[in-house]
Design a protein around this ligand. Sequence first.
Ligand SMILES: *Cc1c(COP(=O)(O)O)cnc(C)c1O
Length: 468
Amino acid sequence: MKYYDKLIFEVSKEGRSGFSLPVNAFPAAPALPEAVRREAPLDLPEVSEPDVVRHYTNLSQMNFGVDTGFYPLGSCTMKYNPKINEEIAALPGFAGLHPLMRKESTQGAQKVYEEMGKALSAITGMHTFTFDPCAGAHGELTGLMIMRQYHLNRGDLGRTKVIVPDSAHGTNPASAAVCGLEVVEVKSLENGRIDVEALRPLLGPDIAGMMMTNPNTLGLFETEIKTIAELVHGAGGLLYYDGANMNPLMGVVRPGDMGFDIMHLNLHKTFSTPHGGGGPGSGPVGVAEHLAGCIPSLKVSAFHGNFGVILRAYAYILSLGKDYLRQVGAYAVLSANYIKECLKDVYKLPIEGVCKHEFVFDGLLNDGAREGVPGATTLDVAKRLLDYGFHAPTIYFPLLFHQALMIEPTETESKETIDAFIAVMRKIAAEAAEDPNILHEAPHCTPISRPDETTAARNPVLKYQDTL
Ligand SMILES: *Cc1c(COP(=O)(O)O)cnc(C)c1O
C-alpha cells in the first residue's frame, strides 16, 4: 500500500490543523440551547492543508472517466465531451437562472428550448419535442404515457399491452411496467433482428404499441422496420423508437421517416454531456404531428428538465453543424467495425456482418480451461483490462449471450488509442490461453482487486469505520 492510499482518518494527527484564524475580537455569540448541542465532539480528522489537498487529489485520481482514458462501455456512448459545452452551460446568464423567474426575464433560455426543438426535429423527423424528461428511461415512461393518452382520447380502453423485443434495453420493459402496461416479448432471429413472423400473432386489439431500439442492443440496424410499422399501425398500435442509440444515425436516417410515432433521445449520450454514475441527464421525447396534442397534459418533472444538459447539447449541435454532425456516426461505425474485425480471431463473434456503433462478443475463443483450472470468463477479461489502464466494456449484457462483452468505441478516439486497445485485448486473449489464473486474479494494479460483489451490493460499507 502506498502512503497516500491511506484514508484521511489514518493520516490524522491530534492537534494538527490546516488553517489559522486571527483572534476573534467580537463578543461571543450566545451558546446554543443544551437540547440541540452535540453530545460528543465530532471526530473529524486533524490534518494540514497539503494533506487535505493530497487526499482529494488522490481520490480524484482513483476514478476513471472519459477524461482519463478510453471508455468503450457499450450501450452508453461514453464519448469525449468538448469543454466548450461546459463553458457555455456555465455562462452566468444561464447558470444563474431560477426556474420561477418571470417569462420576460428568461427569453434567452426559452429561445434555447425553441431552437433545440427545431434542431432535434430536423435530426429525427419528429414534429414536437418535450424536454421535461431527465433520463432515457424517464423519456420512455413519458412516451408510453403519451401512447396511453392517445388511446384513452379515442375511447379505446382495451389496449393494455406493449410489445418489447427480447433484445431491448432493460429500461424498456421496466418503463412499460411502471406505466401500468403489460409487457409482451417478441423474439429475435439468429441474425439478431426482430422476428417478424413471431410478431404477427402478438398483434391485436389489446396492443397499445411496440417499442423498438435501433440500432438494437447488438449494435445492428433493424432491417424490417417498414413491415413492422405497417403491421403495428394496421393493428391500431403506435410505434415507439428508443433513440438512445442515435449516435451512428444522426444526419443519415430519421425515425420520423421510418414510421415511428414517438421517440426519445439521450442527450447525455449522443449529444455529448458527461454521464455515468447517475449524473444529470436529459431524455427529450419527440412525437409525430398527430400526437402533438397529447404532450401538454403531461408533467413529468418539476420544471423543464435539466436545462444545463440541454444547453450542452445545443452547443454541441451548433459547433458541429449539419455537415460534421453526420460524420459522427460514420466514424463511430468505422471504429466499431475495425475493432470487431481485428479481434474476431480471438474473441467469439456470434453474429457476423457489419455492425453500427457497437457490437457484442460472446467471450474468448480459447478461454484456457484445463484440468483443475476453469477457463477465463468475460468478467476476467474485463477485470484484466483495468490492469492495462482501459475501462472495461459492458459485460453480460445483452442477455442473449452467456459471455456478452459489448464494445462501443465512439467516434472521438484516435486510431492510435483504438490500436492500443486492440493490442491489449489480444494480449489478454493470449494470457488466457496460456494461464487463465492471471485473469482470474486480476486486477493486480488497482487500489482494491475484487470485492465480493454480492456483499458489496447487499451490505455496502460506505463510510469510514474505525477498525484500527
Ligand atoms: C442508456 C439507454 C437507455 C436508458 O437511458 P438512461 O438515461 O440511463 O435512463 C435506454 N435505452 C437504451 C438503448 C440505452 O442505451
